[in-house]
Design a binder for this molecule. Structure first.
Ligand SMILES: CC(C)(COP(=O)(O)OP(=O)(O)OC[C@H]1O[C@@H](n2cnc3c(N)ncnc32)[C@H](O)[C@@H]1OP(=O)(O)O)[C@@H](O)C(=O)NCCC(=O)NCCS
Length: 158
């Protein structure tokens, strides 16, 4: 509990298998094409950096990053829609980048849907710049007319 505001504090910690049901619940309400449980399990198994954000002891966000050969890739960054705009996404991103520095990465990469203005604004404000466009990179929403969507590739030095 925050001593000044009496609000629960958001805590960041490593993701564990026991978190997966809660992580999937957040993932499914935040994305039109959510990751499967198997993808998260694989990320934990290969020891990617996987974080959760907890608010009042409830998992409300997650972040996943791979680090290898001096590069990190932010693979997932997600906050429950009810808690958007409270700085949780930025905190998780900064924590992931700090972990990447610890792991001796010198460059960070990510892809983001070209239509995802909120996430792009966050990444730009954290120093990421656009380095390319990947056409048809993302699956469309799960509707009949599921046109694939372009991704912006972004990067920053660490
Ligand atoms: C992208 C996401 C993780 C941001 O998390 P968040 O906790 O809402 O973000 P924060 O409160 O930390 O906001 C950080 C900055 O992001 C930008 N931002 C976030 N949402 C925004 C919106 N809807 N419109 C414009 N800018 C936005 C702002 O620059 C904001 O900084 P400010 O508050 O100083 O203006 C969150 O919106 C989310 O989970 N979206 C769905 C999943 C997703 O698209 N993830 C990104 C995959 S690449």
């Amino acid at each position: 509990m925050d001593a000044v505001t009496q609000q629960p504090i958001v805590v960041l910690r490593g993701m564990q298998e026991a978190d997966l049901a809660a992580v999937l619940a957040v993932e499914r309400c935040a994305y039109t094409a959510p990751w499967s449980e198997g993808i998260f399990r694989d990320c934990l198994r290969v020891r990617y950096r996987c974080l959760v954000a907890e608010y009042a002891d409830v998992v409300v966000g997650h972040g996943v990053m791979s680090v290898a050969a001096g590069e990190c890739h932010i693979l997932n960054l997600c906050v429950h829609p009810d808690l958007h705009g409270r700085g949780i996404g930025r905190r998780m991103l900064r924590r992931l980048l700090a972990l990447a520095r610890q792991d001796e990465a010198d460059t960070a990469f990510l892809e983001v849907r070209a239509s995802n203005a909120g996430a792009i604004a966050l990444y730009q404000s954290e120093g990421f710049i656009e380095i390319g466009l990947r056409r048809g990179y993302y699956p469309g929403p799960h509707t009949k007319n599921r046109r694939r969507e372009d991704a912006l590739a972004m990067a920053r030095a660490l």
